[in-house]
Design a binder for this molecule. Sequence first.
Ligand SMILES: Nc1ncnc2c1ncn2[C@@H]1O[C@H](COP(=O)(O)OP(=O)(O)OP(=O)(O)O)[C@@H](O)[C@H]1O
Length: 256
Amino acid sequence: MSLRGATATLGSRPVLRGIDLSLRRGEVVALLGANGSGKSTAVRSVIGQVPLTSGEVTLFGTPLRRFRDWARVGYVPQRTTAASGVPATVREVVSSGRLARTGLLRWPSKADRAAVQHAIDLVGLTDRAKDAVGALSGGQHQRVLIARALAAEPELLIMDEPTAGVDLASQEILAATLRDQVAAGTTVLLVLHELGPLEPLIDRAVVLRDGCVMHDGPPPKAVGQHALPGHAPELLTNQSCHPHAAGEPLRTGLLT
Ligand SMILES: Nc1ncnc2c1ncn2[C@@H]1O[C@H](COP(=O)(O)OP(=O)(O)OP(=O)(O)O)[C@@H](O)[C@H]1O
């Protein structure tokens, strides 16, 4: 996928100011940055939830406006923005993720049911499949959202802060699930506040500040939480945030 020169304005505020972000097949990229730097807006623009004022999104080589093959893309929203109190079971919510493949007009096949069960098993909720989502803990709820995205067996998985507010056991299950996906060749874009247990999986980090790309390269080394982007404003004070023009070298401020 790629975002090229992406700009977006929400209300009257410019939130993305010329972002370039590309993922090659099989890559695992972390999108980092302080609160309000535009991370969620960037990933939401990739799936067409936020319109760009200029720039372009391409998915699997197809411009977003012509892209229809949504079964190839799994999206896990930030948990706070996902519906809560849904009177549906774990299996029902996960099955809804399969609809991108099955469509609404045919019964799920044996393969569909197996994919749903596999996704539930992957996130460690086999014994909770019949429970209402509302009865689950925050970490379990997050795992349901991840299973829903995995049910369609996507080639590109986009997750918005999957570890935020999630207990350690769920974080470890999430890391194991992602390892499996990555081993199977899935491309992954993760919005993260901190690398945490997912760090070993990350190939590249893109750091946003004020809607601009401040770094695109190796993940910053975590020396405790304070070395992470968003927790280390002193590392970025020499940077002036401006749209990153194509061909212009990236000024990281983190590692150089
Ligand atoms: N619908 C909206 N209308 C107006 N402003 C918005 C809207 N959604 C987000 N914003 C603003 O856009 C900016 C970027 O928000 P965004 O959620 O993309 O940041 P973020 O980097 O994901 O932050 P966080 O880590 O807090 O989720 C913030 O200042 C936010 O207040």
